[in-house]
Design a protein around this ligand. Structure first.
Ligand SMILES: *Cc1c(COP(=O)(O)O)cnc(C)c1O
Length: 423
């Protein structure tokens, strides 16, 4: 390269890592993750290999289309990447077809709805106030704008789904599609019952296993794949991969409709670097160690819930079968917002959350949602859950006592230092 060309090359491609302000913020976020215990139920700590895959030259590549049928040249290597990711997804979830291109869980749901429905068709899904998701019919979301959503919820006393009630509603609404899956439901979901109801009313069944994908992969939650027409999920929650969506199904015609609904239906070029990271995470999830991880996530949630209940907090539905719990903080005369702030002040990160039949508006809420996926990834076990539950109860029972907060904050710091995420 002649000197002038080299200079202009250097001008357009500055030395690596010269963006000090940006990298300072990235480092600070890394330090935050190390120093806090992450109890947000939808988050996790991925492996270094997942992060490495995202930081590769694959981000440079346009690959609209699917392996072997692309609209751009030079796709011979990214085709291999996408085939590896699809094969692993099929193997992990026992499905005949997989689409790994959806940029997020919401994008996966948009594709599934487009593949399964005509605009304005009726859908029966879980109420957002009882733990459903925005992409299950929120009036401002694509789903609520283009389809007619009806909702089912949990029972007042048990705070659980009653499948007889869901069936009655399905018979009354006669939806074209039933959706199952939630963002804040701590009990096993009976996918076989949903499948039977869908058959009886002539509806399709879409299961959104966003939160529990890793638990299904690890064998600690029954799989929806044998019962659902389509299963969507996120790859970044319990599945512990990069941020993204994934769709699996068994029917070949549906698979074609989903591929076309993802691209060109709702997206342009796939994020090949993210698909590579999904492939890494799927390989990790196929390893026997992942089943042990999933089991530990559930065991930890169970002990944390029991510890909190033993200290006077109310666990919605009386406990948990999965990685999360809703904690009603009204026995402590607090709102969910208060509790979120009090816990954040001692380096415990979580989110306020509506509880079923909540008397408070969503900006305050009466509960917090706690999950164990991330803290289990950094190596915490059941004994730590007893400590953690004690700290949470100490802080929430003594909201104005700064000495309690200072002591808990020190103990959290000690524990996070003993269990680094990226040692
Ligand atoms: C998190 C979640 C999603 C959406 O995920 P995004 O990647 O944030 O779009 C969809 N459905 C359910 C049930 C979820 O919990």
């Amino acid at each position: 390269m002649n000197p002038a060309a080299a200079a202009s090359h250097a001008a357009t491609r500055p030395a690596q890592y010269s963006d000090d302000a940006l990298w300072a913020a990235v480092r600070a976020e890394g330090n935050r993750q190390e120093a806090q215990l992450e109890l947000i139920a939808s988050e996790n700590h991925t492996s270094r290999e997942v992060i490495a895959a995202m930081g590769t030259v694959l981000t440079n590549k346009y690959a609209e289309g699917y392996p072997g049928k692309r609209y751009y040249g030079g796709c011979e290597h990214v085709d291999v990447v996408e085939d590896i990711a699809r094969d692993r997804a099929k193997q992990l979830f026992g499905a005949a077809h997989a689409n790994v291109q959806a940029h997020s869980g919401t994008q996966a749901n948009i594709a599934a709805l487009m593949a399964l429905l005509k605009p304005r068709d009726k859908v029966l899904a879980m109420s957002l106030d009882h733990g459903g998701h925005l992409s299950h019919g929120h009036p401002k979301n694509f789903s609520g704008v283009f389809y007619e959503f009806h909702s089912y919820g949990v029972e007042r006393g048990s705070e659980r789904l009653d499948m007889d009630k869901v069936r009655e509603q399905a018979l009354a609404v006669r939806p074209a599609l039933i959706m199952a899956g939630a963002s804040a439901y701590s009990r096993l979901i009976d996918f076989a019952a949903f499948g039977a109801i869908a058959k009886e009313v002539g509806a399709k069944l879409l299961v959104d296993q966003a939160h529990i994908a890793g638990l299904v992969a690890g064998g600690v939650h029954p799989s929806p794949v044998p019962h659902a027409d389509v299963v969507t999920m996120t790859t970044h929650k319990t599945l512990r991969g990069p941020r993204g969506g994934l769709v699996v199904c068994n029917d070949e015609n549906l698979a074609k409709a989903i591929n076309s609904a993802v691209f060109p239906g709702g997206q342009g070029g796939p994020f090949m670097h993210v698909i590579a990271a999904k492939a890494v995470a799927l390989r990790e999830a196929l390893d026997p160690s992942f089943a042990r991880y999933a089991k530990q996530v559930v065991a930890n949630a169970n002990v944390l819930a029991q510890t909190l209940a033993g200290r006077g907090l109310r666990i919605v539905s009386g406990g948990t079968d999965n990685h999360l719990m809703l904690v009603d903080v009204t026995p402590m005369k607090l709102t969910g917002k208060d509790a979120e702030n009090l816990l954040h002040a001692v380096d415990l990160t979580c989110n306020k959350n509506l509880i079923p039949y909540d008397q408070n508006p969503p900006v305050k809420a009466s509960g917090v949602r706690l999950g164990t996926a991330a803290i289990t990834s950094r190596g915490l076990g059941e004994d730590h859950m007893r400590l953690l539950g004690g700290w949470i109860a100490d802080v929430l029972a003594n909201p104005t006592d700064t000495s309690v907060a200072a002591r808990v904050r020190r103990e959290v710091a000690e524990l996070t230092r003993a269990f680094p995420i990226y040692a």
